[in-house]
Design a binder for this molecule. Sequence first.
Ligand code: ADP
Ligand code: MG
Length: 235
Amino acid sequence: MSDFQDGQENAPLLELRDVSQSYSQGTINLDVLMGASLNVLAGEMKALVGPSGSGKTTLLNIAGLLDPPNAGDVFIGGVNASKLSPSKRGLLRRNDIGFVFQFHRLLPEFSAMENIMIPQMLTGLDRDEAATRADQLLGMVGLQARADFRPGLLSGGEQQRVAIARSVANAPRVLLADEPTGNLDPDTAKDVFYHLSAITRATGTAALVVTHNQQLALNMDSILTIEGGKVISIG
Ligand code: ADP
Ligand code: MG
């Protein structure tokens, strides 16, 4: 899928190196990230935990190339995104990064199937190819029977499973999830997490998942948090 084959072979699929980000709120300067570094390998899932306001979403938006950091570098598959032109960076984001949010953000007027087809068609795939892959992905999250349902007719857990399928529609190398189960009851959260990990392992994606759910965090390969603007490993 990627146009960016110039990265190193065995580099982590996601790497943040000495990333800093500050915001000014009125007269106050808020240093959210100060030399934050992390890496995630293919097929690996890392949890990012920590109190509200500690900078988790800030870090994820930088990792996902949605916001440029004040300083530091983001590497996707070994490619330094900070050094790319805005249009190349946009392509890298579209082709190599998948997002899952707390609220599914599916398009309400389209079916589950179409929601998974649209990102593929935006990259130039024809309708039949996109439909074939959407059908496979719906199968992976156990929702082939719901293909024609609009999001409003799906349960919260089913909506998130469609959102997970959509996030990997373009075979991204990096999957970023910001509290993907934050809106779900514990049993449904467990089920959605099961599908998220299955799809990460099956596709060899590098996943970074913000969660408040301790049980889910303990089921990932390692747990990171942000302290003093730096990323530290806590297990
Ligand atoms: P978390 O996701 O861990 O709850 P955030 O990354 O959303 O934390 O926010 C970290 C801190 O940065 C918070 O204090 C928040 O108010 C502040 N912040 C985030 N985005 C902005 C922004 N665009 N402008 C000013 N302050 C911001
Ligand atoms: Mg947040």
